[in-house]
Design a protein around this ligand. Structure first.
Ligand SMILES: C[S@@+](CC[C@H](N)C(=O)[O-])C[C@H]1O[C@@H](n2cnc3c(N)ncnc32)[C@H](O)[C@@H]1O
Length: 186
């Protein structure tokens, strides 16, 4: 993926603004009511999903530990930031601290209408396949696994039996998200 290099201003906004312009409205259009975000960090994407979708119940999981990468040097402070950011949605939010691989083991199958997968960081490089395999059964049949930049670890999906034709770009009306894709759970 070319990332932000050589993007015009509008394209740059579309690329960077997935959590404001794309994810919340895709969830609204799909009428999804009960979701989970893997990789809550400071609550940024959760905040917009909850703000736009007044009946959405949303859980978030994160390690909230300092991990490799400049964006994570203060990651241990993000639990507190996340809880404060989502303070006005307390009745609709559940936040869980820990390794999502282990938390999956204690989660009932077919719990969620959707999972938004946002665990891209160096620490996770070799673990996407294992993580996706553990969480797929937690989504209801007909539900969706949504992700940002799934292209960066397609191989993990192929190894789990997905084909390229299983990937759909998220659409909001006629507009196609630059970064968000989803697969439907059969
Ligand atoms: C790309 S950031 C998430 C960004 C966030 N969704 C946002 O909108 O700002 C990835 C997050 O995944 C978390 N993470 C990485 N590996 C994890 C694991 N095994 N279990 C739980 N969280 C993990 C990191 O702590 C980090 O906060």
């Amino acid at each position: 993926m070319q990332k932000t290099k050589k993007l015009g201003f509008i394209q740059w906004i579309k690329f960077k603004g997935w959590f404001i312009f794309d994810l919340p409205y895709f969830i609204k259009e799909q009428n999804l009511k009960n979701g989970l975000e893997l990789g809550a960090k400071a609550g940024r994407s959760m905040y917009y999903m909850l703000k736009v979708n007044k009946n959405l119940k949303l859980a978030g999981i994160d390690l909230w530990e300092v991990i490799e990468g400049g964006a994570y040097k203060d990651n241990n402070k993000n639990e507190d930031k996340c809880r404060r950011k989502l303070n006005s949605f307390l009745d609709r939010v559940t936040l869980i601290k820990g390794d999502a691989k282990q938390i999956a083991t204690n989660t009932e199958n077919e719990t969620y209408d959707f999972i938004y997968y946002d665990l891209q960081c160096k620490l996770m490089t070799s673990f996407h396949q294992e993580m996706i395999e553990k969480w797929l059964p937690k989504i209801k049949k007909g539900g969706v696994l949504i992700g940002r930049d799934f292209r960066e670890f397609r191989e993990a999906f192929y190894n789990l039996g997905f084909k390229e034709t299983d990937f759909n770009s998220c659409k909001i009306g006629e507009r196609v998200s630059v970064r968000l894709e989803y697969v439907v759970i059969k």
